[in-house]
Write a protein that binds this ligand. Structure first.
Ligand code: F0G
Length: 458
């Protein structure tokens, strides 16, 4: 059994939470049309929807807010952030955005401008990234290693790119590949990391064919921690050194700072090519704001700089990974199918396996999400065919796995919360055969899972 170590912090301020009555939960989920994004936060006891912007800031981050420079242009807070990011990544051109998808809008809107119908090759693009690729009339092409789809295969780097398939694709189609990306860690595939060895091979191929290579660095510090713990030759290296080795292999990165930078809002693009970055800044001014604030307040830039500097010290990341490992291993021991080994930011339950009587087109992970809310006031998120499945004519194309993500906000919940989550799932397990599937009654064209309405099937 994984030992749960005490966190490397103590609590200074609390936010009350309450388990609503069974009647209220039943009412609330109906009012939300069985889409947990539509639930009011007041109706939730433990919120595992996302680790994005939901973390607790440190005392030093709160203090940073007070020294934010709110000048419109060239605020000193920007230069502090720039120096922290350059120090961590080696990139000289730093572009702040208000969050990750804003960075995607700036970046993909430029890269894909004259390349309709091209491919964006990735280990596995996340939902908003897929949205931006499609919005720009290009296609996502995911080449994550096959083992990523086998939940029980406990390899250390299941977020790796399948190099053989990448090489084959580039041999025949390299003119149609506009950019290669690596999502670190691989959110859609269980929060699994990629190795430096794999990044090296991706980088070599990208350079051989002169294709830009960008890292989605939203959880890159967690990925660096996994490299330190799992990859030969990295045990003695600190996270900053490992981050440099990773970023040296890429042309640039973008990130949602709402994850590993421990802030409630923020994003970034970083790269070295000045001309390229100037094109991005033109778009930044149009969509976000002046290049030194990019849709954020000066105080947000300060909090982000402090958050990044603290995260890379490693203690909080180690505790966080320990929390996730505790939850994942306990669920595994209790016979609940989870993606193994534990990833960086969440436990991913294989709802396809847990509820084999519900087919993918009836969204088993969504059915489990609704049940988890009804039984424990716990909000989780479907990462399966509701998020990634689609229709091709009459054919339903399911997601590779029907996952339910129990996402762990940073520095928010403690061991007793995890015990409660495990107990709730165990009580669901006893009567899981009674859970019914769902159908969509209303949906949008892109990113439907955020707003769609559902109905339980009889
Ligand atoms: N890239 C990855 C890997 C992400 O996980 C996310 C967001 C984004 C980009 C977009 O960033 O939200 O700041 O605009 N993921 C969140 C999640 C929303 O719940 O996993 P954003």
């Amino acid at each position: 059994m994984v030992k749960y170590f005490p966190p490397p912090y103590r609590i200074k301020m609390i936010e009350p939470i309450k388990l609503p009555s069974v009647e209220r939960r039943n009412q609330a989920i109906k009012e939300a049309n069985y889409n947990l994004f539509n639930l009011n936060s007041e109706d939730i006891f433990i919120d595992l929807l996302t680790d994005s912007g939901t973390g607790a800031m440190s005392d030093k981050q709160w203090a940073s807010l007070m020294v934010g420079d709110e000048s419109y242009a060239n605020a000193k807070s920007f230069y502090r952030l720039k120096s922290v990011v350059t120090d961590l990544t080696g990139f000289s051109e730093i572009i702040p955005t208000h969050q990750g998808r804003a960075a995607e809008n700036i970046l993909f809107g430029y890269i894909l401008k004259d390349k309709p119908h091209s491919f964006v090759v990735s280990n596995q693009s996340f939902d908003t990234t897929v949205g931006h690729i499609l919005y720009n009339k290009a296609y996502p092409k995911d080449l994550v290693v096959q083992e990523s789809k086998e939940i029980d295969t406990t390899l250390p780097f299941k977020g790796n790119m399948d190099i053989k398939r990448l090489r084959e694709l580039l041999e025949t189609e390299h003119q149609n590949v506009s950019v290669i990306t690596m999502v670190l860690t691989n959110n859609a595939g269980g929060g699994q990391p990629a190795s430096i060895e794999n990044l090296r091979e991706v980088s070599m191929l990208a350079r051989q064919y002169s294709i830009p290579f960008f890292i989605d660095a939203s959880r890159v510090i967690e990925n660096a921690y996994f490299i330190q713990q799992r990859e030969n030759g990295f045990r003695e290296k600190n996270l900053k050194t490992i981050l440099h080795e990773m970023f040296d292999l890429a042309d640039g990165m973008w990130m949602s700072a709402k994850k590993d930078a421990y802030v409630n809002i923020g994003g970034l693009i970083a790269l070295n090519n000045k001309t390229f970055s100037d094109h991005l800044r033109d778009r930044l001014i149009l969509f976000e704001g002046f290049p030194t604030y990019g849709g954020l307040a000066g105080r947000d830039l300060e909090a982000m700089a402090t958050g990044l500097s603290e995260a890379v010290e490693g203690d909080v990341i180690a505790h966080r990974i320990n929390q996730v490992e505790f939850l994942v291993n306990r669920l595994h021991e209790e016979g609940i199918p989870v993606v193994l080994p534990a990833g960086g930011h969440a436990a991913f339950i294989d709802a396809g396996k847990f509820l084999p009587h519900i087919p993918p087109n009836q969204f088993p992970a969504q059915a489990l999400a609704v049940e988890l809310y009804l039984q424990g006031g716990i909000r989780s998120v479907e990462i399966g065919s509701l998020m990634f499945g689609h229709q091709e004519g009459d054919r339903f194309i399911p997601a590779p796995l029907e996952l339910l993500r129990l996402t762990i906000p940073r520095r928010v919940y403690e061991k007793a919360h995890f015990e409660f989550i495990i107990d709730t799932l165990l009580s669901i397990k006893k009567e899981k055969d009674k859970i019914k599937g769902y159908e969509i009654t209303e949906e949008s064209e892109l990113l439907r899972h955020f707003t769609c309405k559902l109905r339980p099937l009889d």
